[in-house]
Design a protein around this ligand. Structure first.
Ligand code: SF4
Length: 374
């Protein structure tokens, strides 16, 4: 397949792995931020190509996984109302709240619909002026411009029956929270390429300097990831801590500035709770005061609803790179994709789902290890 096979070439992958083995003299722990990268790593066995001691830990870059349980409960509460058409991307429907998920609301007669764009929800609001249409806006910086555009369009159309349940999160504050944690093991990052296509990577430069960590903006195909790891290890070995751009075919240093302007116009930076991690200051986006009329939490009076996380699920430790999915006692036993206990088993980008799909047998036999050199 044109433009995909080129980035999955086995010969080039082996050359990159050999280059990595040549430059590596000691153990390093690197976190890939994005769940899409985690899936590629596990699916293609990239971690098994690494030299002994170079370990990849899986980061918090799956927006479905980090949406806090109380936001899911708020979504369920709103979606169950008879006047509401509740719109969401598909993978949010199976994320467990405290008691149930959005699929069970749908099964019990709630009007819960899967949409492919927030603009679909705006169109639904135009077609159904007698109903309240709510869009569940989950995501990192990548999806924020389209969601901002939907709010602007609803505003321009004067729609009084459209609102948004916003759970946007920002990557740089999460990286800082991980680096500041007393449990931190991360020595270098592969930053998420798609986030940087929107935001660029100037925000990462002070983080690299302050915490002395290399950060490599990295794509999602096997060769992207291996090259990103190689660039990161080269920096670590040379004692450098810079931001480098492996994903130059898509990312510019300043990113997509009109998209950033749109985000700044419609949203404001707010504290945000991350599932399994807790509240991180200035780590989310909420609607700016000028667009507060579109805030579903206010419209439906659910802003103060709180909920407790499952005590059994250790996804918070997995999302911080402290544990791996197969180290969870519930993995593949009480927690499976059919009966998930935590969001990291639900999402197509979740680390637990990736291990369940590609590493279940290995995980059952014990911790996943890189093969010995030579
Ligand atoms: S296997 Fe299930 S219970 Fe364990 S951390 Fe993953 S999602 Fe949570």
């Amino acid at each position: 397949m044109k433009f995909t096979d080129e980035y999955r070439d086995q010969r080039l992958a082996k050359e990159l792995a050999a280059a990595l083995a040549r430059v590596t003299t000691r153990p390093w722990t690197i976190m890939e931020v994005c769940g899409g990268q985690t899936h590629a790593i596990v699916k293609f066995g990239l971690d098994q190509l690494l030299p002994p001691g170079v370990e990849l830990v899986h980061g918090p870059g799956c927006p479905v996984c980090v949406t806090p349980v109380e936001l899911i409960d708020k979504a369920i509460e709103i979606a169950a109302r008879p006047e509401v058409i509740f719109c969401s991307f598909g993978d949010m429907l199976r994320v467990p709240g405290t008691q149930r998920d959005l699929f069970s609301v749908k099964a019990q007669g709630g009007d819960v619909r899967i949409v492919y764009s927030p603009l679909d929800a705006v169109q639904l609001a135009r077609r159904h002026p007698d109903r309240q249409v709510v869009f569940f806006a989950v995501g990192f910086e990548t999806t924020a411009p389209a969601n901002a555009l939907a709010v602007l369009q609803a505003h321009r159309l004067g729609l009084k029956n459209f609102s948004m349940l916003v759970s946007h999160v920002l990557v740089p504050p999460a990286m800082e929270a991980i680096l500041s944690s007393p449990n931190n093991r991360v020595q270098g990052f592969l930053a998420a390429g798609h986030v940087c296509t929107v935001m660029g990577y100037t925000e990462y430069e002070p983080i690299a300097r302050r915490y002395r960590v290399p950060i490599v903006v990295t794509g999602f195909e096997p060769l992207d990831i291996l090259q990103g790891i190689l660039m990161c290890v080269e920096q670590l070995e040379q004692g450098r801590a810079e931001v480098q751009n492996q994903y130059a075919r898509a990312v510019r240093r300043r990113g997509n500035e009109p998209a950033q302007e749109l985000i700044r116009h419609v949203f404001q930076v707010v504290p945000r709770k991350w599932r399994g991690v807790g509240e991180i200051p200035q780590s989310g986006l909420g609607l700016a005061p000028a667009y507060a009329e579109f805030d579903a939490e206010r419209r439906f009076g659910v802003a103060t609803l709180t909920a407790e996380e499952s005590a059994e699920c250790i996804s918070g430790l997995i999302l911080q790179g402290v544990k791996k999915p197969h180290q969870c006692p519930a993995f593949a036993t009480r927690c499976t994709p059919e009966h998930p206990l935590g969001a990291t088993m639900v999402s197509s980008e979740g680390a637990c789902a990736a291990y369940y799909r590609y590493r279940r047998d290995v995980a059952a036999a014990g911790p996943v290890q890189a093969p010995a050199k030579g």
